[in-house]
Ligand binder design. Structure first.
Ligand code: ADP
Ligand code: VHF
Length: 370
């Protein structure tokens, strides 16, 4: 029998599979997924589960008779449904499950990112199944990932997975939303994620899900750039998991990039959200593209309001092209005062010797590399 080539995989399960009706959690579709996880466990293949469905599960406890559910009610549903969702999974396994809740605020802070990474690695070393979800009860707009497809991709890079399986209610990526266009055709393999691929994606019709196809493609983009093969599969069909156990592709495979980014560069590119922009002259732009650090002299403008340690985009002032993204050692306020000046001049004028690099080359990600 053919065996899968991956050793560690992230399996993302959407709300439509956890709570398919309005009656709370259900085992209807989870049994086949749980059997798959148990079989992997017995073979020594590691799984991290990213499970949605806390809000969908919580609808049983917090009734709300409207199609548009306010955010505060959704959060309350997620808080009450999270324990149902965990209990619904853990009853299938005779090995322990760990609940790991996180927000984007945790992932974009480098120290917390490394801490979550260590915890997940330790859980795997101890044969515990981590079950990850966004901490919806406390996440605000500014600090949430917002959908579990992207969260699963971030988790796949955190744990250095070889594969990411996004289990949904559809057979894969089609050339149009099959619910809108019934004769749409499935695309079995995507070699490269382009704008044309993104253009195929529609949203979700499930009022408690958040993703739709676009966030699944975003997730595939994040994961494949880290060297993770990404699959969208139909979690409603038992045969999906039979095929996955045999190393077959039951849905759409987005092939991993051959030259994956380093962990830190990936985090910078795909996890950090830019808080502002630094505009540089073209000589400085060329120097950055050559691998040099950014200093004060080549900066012609600063836009947005950012703090020390925030991520910023660097733009070439000559053609307005965004060339790089990096972690800035100065706030926007400080930079507005010292932009364009030599370090020695800053020391004379302000009476202190500033950090020479505004952005160190090590903290700089050239956007052309993507
Ligand atoms: N091009 C497409 N190919 C496949 N499905 C699509 C496409 N565009 C939109 N969709 C929709 O995306 C849905 C899956 O996303 P979603 O409802 O968020 O599921 P989940 O809860 O599993 O994340 C499908 O049911 C389908 O209607
Ligand atoms: N964190 C949310 C799920 C968010 C989400 O992305 O849902 P889905 O599109 O069903 O994967 C919850 O547990 O309800």
């Amino acid at each position: 029998m053919k065996m899968p080539s991956w050793q560690r995989a992230v399996v993302k399960v959407g709300s439509a599979l956890i709570a398919p009706d309005d009656t709370g959690t259900s085992s209807k579709y989870l049994l086949a997924i749980a059997r798959f996880i148990i079989e992997c466990h017995e073979r020594g293949q590691e799984i991290v589960l990213v499970s949605s469905g806390s809000a969908a599960a919580g609808r049983k406890h917090i009734a709300y008779n409207s199609d548009t559910i306010p955010v505060t009610v959704k959060k309350a549903m997620a808080a009450v449904g999270q324990s149902d969702m965990m209990a619904n999974w853990s009853r299938f396994f005779d090995f322990p499950c760990a609940q790991v809740l996180m927000t984007h605020g945790d992932l974009r802070d480098r120290a917390r990112y490394v801490s979550i990474r260590n915890t997940l690695h330790t859980l795997l070393e101890h044969d515990v199944l981590p079950i990850v979800n966004e901490n919806d009860a406390l996440a605000t707009d500014e600090m949430k990932v917002g959908d579990n497809d992207n969260l699963a991709a971030m988790v796949a890079t955190l744990v250095d997975a070889d594969a990411l399986f996004i289990c949904s209610d559809i057979d894969g990526l089609f050339d149009a939303d099959p619910r809108v266009k019934p004769d749409a055709k499935k695309i079995p393999v995507v070699d490269e994620i382009t704008e044309e691929i993104f253009a195929l994606a529609g949203g979700t019709t499930n009022k408690i899900a958040t993703g739709g196809m676009r966030t699944k493609i975003e997730a595939a983009e994040k994961a494949t750039s880290h060297g993770v093969d990404t699959y969208i599969v139909n979690g409603r069909k038992g045969e999906t998991f039979e095929l996955m156990l045999q190393g077959e592709n039951p849905g759409t495979l987005f092939k991993r990039q051959q030259d994956p980014m380093s962990n830190k560069k990936h985090w910078l590119r795909h996890t950090l959200i830019s808080q502002g922009e630094i505009v540089v002259d073209s000589t400085t732009a060329d120097a950055l593209l050559d691998g040099q650090s950014l200093t004060t002299t080549g900066i012609v403008d600063v836009q947005g309001d950012f703090n020390r340690g925030d991520a910023v985009v660097i733009r070439n002032g000559e053609n307005a092209e965004a060339i790089a993204k990096g972690i800035c050692q100065y706030s926007s306020h400080e930079l507005l005062h010292i932009k364009g000046q030599e370090v020695s001049h800053i020391a004379e004028q302000y009476g202190y010797s500033p950090i020479t690099e505004v952005i160190e080359s090590n903290d700089l990600m050239i956007l052309e590399d993507v």
